[in-house]
Structure formats: C-alpha cells, structure tokens
Design a protein around this ligand. Structure first.
Ligand code: FDA
Length: 393
C-alpha cells in the first residue's frame, strides 16, 4: 500500500523541519522522511551544544554563492526577528554572544523540541530510520520508494544537507537527486574548516599549539577579525574557519595578530623606556609569551631593544601583523561545518526554491549553493529557504 500526501520532505534537519511546519500550517498533508534515528542532529551539536540559531545582522552579504542575489528573496521574507519570535513563543531563553550571534541559554535541544512541537501542531508526520531507495516522477507527482514502504506526493522537497561530517549521516543524496532530474551542480568543497600546514611548517609551529590570539586573517580583499587558534594539525579558530570558505588550494593567507594594536608605536616606546629589555620581552607584553618567542627567534632578532634598528622593528612588526602562510589543505568534510557549492541556483526559483524545469521538486538548506559565514548565518538560511518552500507548495 502506498501512503499519499501533498508533500514529502526528505531530511528532518533545520531546513526540512521548518518547511514541513509552514506547509502543515497552510493545510498541506506533510510527511518528513529521514534515515537517521533522531531529527535535527546537527542542531543538537551546533554552537557547542547551545545552537547559534541565527545572527541578527544576517543579510545577503554574509553568504557565498555563484549568484549572490539568489538568497535575497528568501532572507527578506523570513528574518532573524521571525525566528526569534518563534523561539520566544516557546519560552526559550537566549542571549547574544558577540557579533550578533544568538545562542540558547540552556541547550540546542530546546530548538529541536520547539520544531517538533510546531510540526506536531501542524499535523506533520515524521518517519525516522527510513532509507530512501528510489525517487521517480510521473504525471501524478512523485513516488518515493523506501525501506519502510512506498510514498506518493504532489510536491517533493529535498532537504538532506551537504557532505560535512559524514560520521553523522551526511550524504550526497541531494546532489544525486538533482542530477537525476537534470539540474546543474556547482562544485562542492568543505567550508568553515580548519586549515592544515605542510609538515615542515607544522613542526616549526608545534610549540604554539593551543595558543589563541585576536587576529585579522585576510585572503585577497576579504578579511575577518576574530580569534586565531594554533593547533597540532595547523590553524583553526573562528577567523580561520571564516577565511577557509574563501581560500582555494595553493592560495596564501595573511595573518595580522593583534590588529587593533599599533605595534610599531608600542615597540618604539618600549625601546625608549627600557632599551635593555629584549625584543621578545617587549613583544611578550602584547602577544602570548610563546608566540613572541617563536616570532623573534624565527626573525633571528636577539639582544637588547636599544640595539634594534628602526628597520629591525619594522621587520618584527611585519612578522606579527603581515604573516604570510600558504596552507597545504583543509581538514576536509570530516570537520567542516558546511559544504560550499551544491545545487546550482540558476535551476531554482529564488522565491520558492522550486526547480524551474521540474514542477513540484524543491531544494532547500545547505544542499543549495548558498553558504553562510560562521555565526548563525547557516541556520538562518536553513529557516528562510525552508519557509520559502513551505509557503509555496
Ligand atoms: P542538515 O544537515 O541539518 O539536515 C539534513 C537531514 O537530512 C539530516 O537529518 C540527515 O539525517 C538527513 N539525510 C541526509 N541524507 C539523507 C538520506 N540519504 N536519506 C534520508 N535522510 C537523509 N550553523 C549555524 O548557523 N550555527 C551553528 O551554531 C552551527 N554549528 C554547527 C556545528 C557543527 C559541528 C556543524 C557540522 C555545523 C554547524 N552549523 C551551524 C551548520 C548547520 O548545522 C547547517 O548549515 C544546517 O544544519 C543545514 O541544515 P539542513 O537542514 O540543510 O541540513
């Protein structure tokens, strides 16, 4: 026996659940299918367990896409304020951490509970541990063959996310469905991911492992001011994760540590005030001691500040505030928070997320070629694109 519904959503993640809620509220019969044991697993682990569920500054400028205009319509019709209203409606306490990033006070599980409550209220059926075996389309709509039986629907929404964290069940499912129906793809790559270094450089910076410092990391004209973290694998921290989405293999990045400090002025004053102190000591007043030691030794700057020429001071400043590094790669999908690229937006209607060439077929969330910065932007895209589809099907 086949189960018939107006809408099937494949993927009970952030985008899929929001879409199901909106479609259910509008009176559609909706079934959500997912192969996982629990819904919203990425929500559960997000934001260190507190879910950075949106960013109050979210706008098109915070997203990477081959078509930077595509995300505008959906983002304008479901805003951070709309999501905050839902969160507050469920009595979930939240706070702003920094840079407009909103987190749950208590737990990310509150967000999952809220979405499940909303789905229940909207009459949505959720079927977990359901493997999708085949998807077909005929004149009546779509047929979805699964490990738990067959389903039929007029509208099919693909919300299965990207390739990041395969250990958590991420698959390339959405891309395969897109190809099956003749939609184009933009090449996928890991985003918001730590960068790795070649073994020689990695060994030389090994003593810095664990050090974090305020930095600006630049790649071409793009720069992010957040923390940089040295790890035993290479470079991490929010500033590196942000720039990793712009970085391409073979490119160089520039690191500016303590970008708000006029370092040359500090060193000149230190030289004047106490010429007998070492450059390492003077630098250690601004930077973590191990980092100051590493950089002065790397630049072969020893002896007293009094003996250091202006050129020497400038060279030291350059080492700290214009440190050029060519990462050897990234940690890949194993640790990437998101997948860049995906379903080419030229094949989708930006108001509804519907495939232009396949009426009734929708793609939402991370599988689409729209990727946000770190800081709640990716969930805002998931909510907004899910809502846009839910409004239209
Ligand atoms: P999502 O991946 O959430 O959901 C896809 C669903 O489809 C899953 O339930 C999966 O089981 C299911 N599925 C996949 N393949 C299937 C198949 N073949 N058959 C059936 N079901 C299938 N973003 C942010 O804004 N703030 C944050 O704090 C964080 N933190 C964060 C931490 C970590 C560790 C990661 C990895 C990622 C984040 N993110 C984030 C990014 C955010 O989690 C991501 O952008 C959204 O979850 C994307 O939502 P989707 O609904 O598109 O996919």
């Amino acid at each position: 026996m086949r189960l018939k519904s107006d809408v099937i959503v494949i993927g009970a993640g952030a985008a899929g659940m929001m879409c199901a809620i909106r479609a259910g509220q509008r009176g559609r019969s909706v079934v959500v299918l997912d192969h996982a044991k629990a819904p919203g697993e990425k929500i559960r682990i997000s934001g260190g367990g507190r879910c950075n569920f949106t960013n109050i500054h979210a706008g098109p400028k915070n997203f990477l896409s081959a078509n930077p205009h595509f995300c505008k319509s959906a983002l304008a019709r479901f805003t951070p304020a709309d999501f905050i209203a839902m969160v507050e409606g469920h009595g979930i306490a939240w706070h702003e951490k920094s840079l407009g990033q909103l987190f749950c006070d208590n737990s990310a599980k509150d967000i999952i509970r809220m979405l499940l409550d909303e789905m229940r209220a909207a009459g949505v059926q959720l079927r977990l541990q359901t493997e999708i075996l085949a998807v077909e389309k005929d004149s009546d709509g779509f047929r979805v063959r699964t490990s738990e039986g067959e389903y039929e629907c007029a509208s099919l929404v693909v919300a299965t996310g990207g390739k990041s964290i395969p250990k958590m069940g991420a698959t390339g499912f959405a891309y395969r469905i897109a190809e099956l129906f003749g939609l184009a793809l933009v090449e996928t790559r890991p985003g918001l991911v730590p960068l790795t270094l070649d073994p020689v450089l990695l060994e030389s910076i090994a003593p810095l492992s664990g050090i974090s410092a305020p930095s600006e990391i630049r790649h071409g004209k793009t720069g992010f001011r957040e923390a940089l973290l040295f790890t035993h694998r290479g470079l991490s921290g929010p500033a590196i994760l942000q720039i990793s989405s712009y970085w391409r293999e073979g490119d160089e990045i520039a690191i500016d540590i303590e970008p708000d400090v006029d370092l040359l002025l500090h060193l000149k004053k230190a030289k004047q005030a106490n010429g007998r102190q070492s450059a390492q000591t003077a630098l250690g007043e601004i930077l973590p001691k191990r980092l100051a030691q590493y950089l002065t030794e790397r630049e072969a700057i020893s002896g007293n500040m009094a003996d250091l020429s202006d050129r020497g001071l400038i060279r030291l400043c350059d080492a700290v505030q214009n440190w050029k590094i060519k990462p050897s790669g990234s940690e890949g999908y194993r640790t990437a928070e998101v997948t860049l690229g995906g379903i080419d937006t030229t094949g989708l209607d930006s108001r509804t997320m519907q495939a232009k060439s396949v009426p009734g077929l929708y793609f939402i969330g991370e599988c689409v070629d729209v990727t946000g910065w770190l800081g709640g932007y990716n969930f805002q895209w998931a909510w907004a694109s899910g809502f846009a589809a839910g409004e239209s099907l």
